[in-house]
Design a protein around this ligand. Sequence first.
Ligand SMILES: Cc1ncc(COP(=O)(O)O)c(C=O)c1O
Length: 426
Amino acid sequence: MSSAATLAIRGGQPAVTLTCQPWPIVSDLEAQWMEEVVRTGAWSWVGTHERAFCEEFARFIGAKHAMGLSNGTVTIQTALQAVGVQPGDEVIVPGLTWVATMQAALDVGANVVLVDVDAETFGLDPVTVEAAITERTRAIVPVHLYGCMVDMDGIMEVARRHGLKVVEDCAHQHGSRWRDQGAGSIGDAGSFSFQQSKVLTSGEGGAITCNDDEVFRTAFALKHVGWAPPGEDEPMKPAGVYAHNYRITEMQCVLLRGGLTRIEEQTRIREENALRLSEGLARIGGPLRVAKRDPRTTRQAYYAVTMHFDPAQAEGLNRAQYIAALAAEGLGLGLPYDPVYRHPLMDLQHSTSPVPYRDPAIMQDYASLRLPNVERICGETGLVMMHRMLLSEPAYIDQLVGAAAKVNDNLAAACEHFAAQEAAAP
Ligand SMILES: Cc1ncc(COP(=O)(O)O)c(C=O)c1O
């Protein structure tokens, strides 16, 4: 890309001309199964597709058990209860995650203790986690966010030493592996979301994975109005547990089974393209780079690519201006979630919030909380690129790198553009 090229924000031609892979992807298989399901009228209650999906998903993750639920929020809630979290227990959650992780723990009556994250991976740091442990701590929720896994060696070691349970939030990690062990099979339970944007999706939906039979039975009862799971040849029956209906439907499982037939190949393509992108950006230098991949992550599902913007290399452009210049070239990047303690849903005084009923003496003061890495990632440096871009042609990835190179070569012109815009603003 010539450094003399006119930036698209100044009326030049966008660097990216190829199109991005749309998402979600479906095939005739799902359409055929869906029609069969619709016509049978057997739409829920652990039907043929749900049973098959649970077996296939457990195998894919490398866990003994998997069960389908209605979304990836109630999966966290149910998993926490199934591993033994009780009202008043402390649960350690990263300060950077989708708000559902925190809400799920609050909804089971836990006191959520938010801690800072690792600056590179945006995930829990075992040292910070250990420093937050008290005699009331019962569980840790490592959230494998975007394109990185949490250091599971460190988390499991801390958890074992302190006798704590671990529920992995794998909403972003369908098929990622840590030293060849599937995300969701390492802790006491794993929680997955199948919401529309995820790499395995049924529009909405979720799953819990685990290896322990008792955790499985309890979680099943909690999501299925207190019933015991079906045996090989026996029907399900009430197990006398107070519980909710968080069931998944056959229609969702049809879509998920279809997705599972493609996920290995899609993961391979995303990994190849993530490497191509990472190497391309490293070659051109400048303010944008892909987060370093921990070599212990032996497979990465890449729900998104975790990226870093370095303001010191941006010649005065801030992150918002830099991504606006990239977007005009056709490289669309997003911002990470807000710090979870600032999310509007964490209005603890709202009448629907379960939090005011907790003992304020032992609650973390979310309103005054400031976690330095979370603040910096959210406010200045963190960026994400969604997975469908990685499913596109390698030539498209090269054009994305070209877009970054074009902006990087013209940072001064971009600065001038935004300064003029600001000066002209009323
Ligand atoms: C990290 C994380 N955890 C949990 C969830 C909740 O999943 P769901 O939207 O299926 O309830 C999400 C959803 O995006 C998420 O990103």
